[in-house]
Design a protein around this ligand. Structure first.
Ligand code: AMP
Ligand code: MG
Length: 358
């Protein structure tokens, strides 16, 4: 990670204080940030992203300085402008996982802007672990509201160059370059606003079993279809490349390729395969030598999460007629990656109208 560069942070601080947008690096993906208490600044996020006004944003807050004497009290003070009530279980989660890739949804305090919460009575909050953004938050003192720094429905950016590619030559957007993102997919979201156990609204790199193992807290499914954040209009499409993306199971790959290549004999396809199954596909590769580029994927959920958006962005530039990717195993460790891939494949393609999510 790059070292905090103080003059860059000065510029970012000035931009946030004067109601401008700043793309902030986090350990998940880059965010499109603005002062969470400035209505006009928040409008700029929606405008630039092309995001519907009822899709809420995450408020990013600073972490207490390391070595704080009463860490619990410090967190309560940091959260007090935003939340009405902090359940005991939420405090335990905060102490274990913040700063980090975990977003918590609380009952909101009255002063939180409707445009930040999409008109809901709850507010989503996270303290990100990236040192540059922590420094910015610490010096700003307030909250920075930020969704992912991509155009509505498209692939989240995991580097400063990706943000620039999403919003090229935009003089109104300052991009704070904090290097490539460590986790590469969006945060886990838990709803702690109701009675009972926290509810999983979106899977991420912190899984329910990791939470259970380190805190003893049970996380339950949200009751919505798996992994759907509680927002009106949220649907299946998101994180999508322009190139059509197909999920395949090993037994279907040959027939899927037969029909795709039958329809477009000269087309090129990128086929991602699990590293250890690479040799099983040699015959297929030979049969369609001119049509296929094979790319090996390590069967490691954290590594795939880290590389996924980079890979999709790069392949999207590759003039392929389609990208084929293996369906991940149906185990909890792969939930976050499977969720992103299903949404990416649903919303993919040059003229998809399926972009009804963030
Ligand atoms: P993004 O940063 O692009 O992933 O967008 C922010 C995510 O936070 C979206 O998936 C929102 O649906 C979710 N979110 C924000 N506020 C709330 C809330 N009050 N309740 C449920 N989900 C929320
Ligand atoms: Mg997003």
């Amino acid at each position: 990670m790059t070292k905090p560069n103080s003059s860059l942070i000065d510029c970012a601080l000035d931009a946030i204080r004067t109601g401008k947008l700043v793309a902030i690096p986090t350990e998940t993906v880059y965010g499109l940030g603005a002062d969470a208490s400035n209505r006009d600044a928040i409008q700029k996020i929606y405008q630039l992203k092309g995001r519907p006004a009822d899709h809420p944003l995450i408020v990013h807050v600073q972490a207490p300085p390391s070595g704080s004497k009463d860490i619990e009290q410090e967190w309560l003070t940091i959260l007090s402008p935003w939340t009405r009530h902090i359940p005991e279980s939420a405090l335990i989660l905060i102490k274990h996982f913040w700063p980090g890739p975990l977003t918590l949804v609380f009952e909101k305090s009255r002063s939180v802007l409707d445009s930040v919460t999409g008109g809901q009575t709850t507010v989503a909050i996270r303290s990100p672990a990236h040192p540059l953004t922590q420094e910015l938050l610490h010096r700003f003192g307030g909250g920075i509201a930020a969704p992912s720094a991509n155009r509505y429905g498209r692939i989240s950016p995991t580097s400063a160059a990706d943000v620039e590619a999403e919003f090229p030559n935009n003089p109104d957007l300052l991009i704070l370059d904090g290097g490539p993102c460590e986790h590469g997919i969006e945060s886990t979201i838990l709803d702690v606003s109701g009675e009972g156990s926290p509810k999983l609204l979106r899977p991420g790199s912190i899984s329910p079993s990791m939470i259970k193992a380190s805190t003893g807290i049970d996380v339950v499914s949200s009751g919505n279809t798996v992994n759907q954040p509680r927002v009106s209009g949220t649907h299946l499409a998101h994180y999508a490349p322009h190139t059509p993306l197909y999920l395949y199971s090993a037994s279907d790959l040959a027939s899927q390729l037969d029909s795709l290549i039958h329809e477009a004999p000269d087309a090129k396809f990128a086929v991602l395969v699990w590293e250890q199954e690479h040799s099983a596909y040699e015959a297929l590769l030979k049969a369609y030598l001119n049509n296929l580029t094979f790319i090996a994927l390590a069967m490691d959920p954290a590594l795939v999460a880290k590389q996924l958006y980079r890979l999709l962005r790069d392949l999207d530039q590759g003039q392929y007629q389609g990208i084929l990717i293996p369906s991940p195993p149906k185990t909890e460790a792969w939930d976050a990656v499977r969720d992103r891939l299903q949404r990416a494949s649903f919303g993919s393609g040059p003229s998809s109208n399926n972009h009804v999510s963030n």
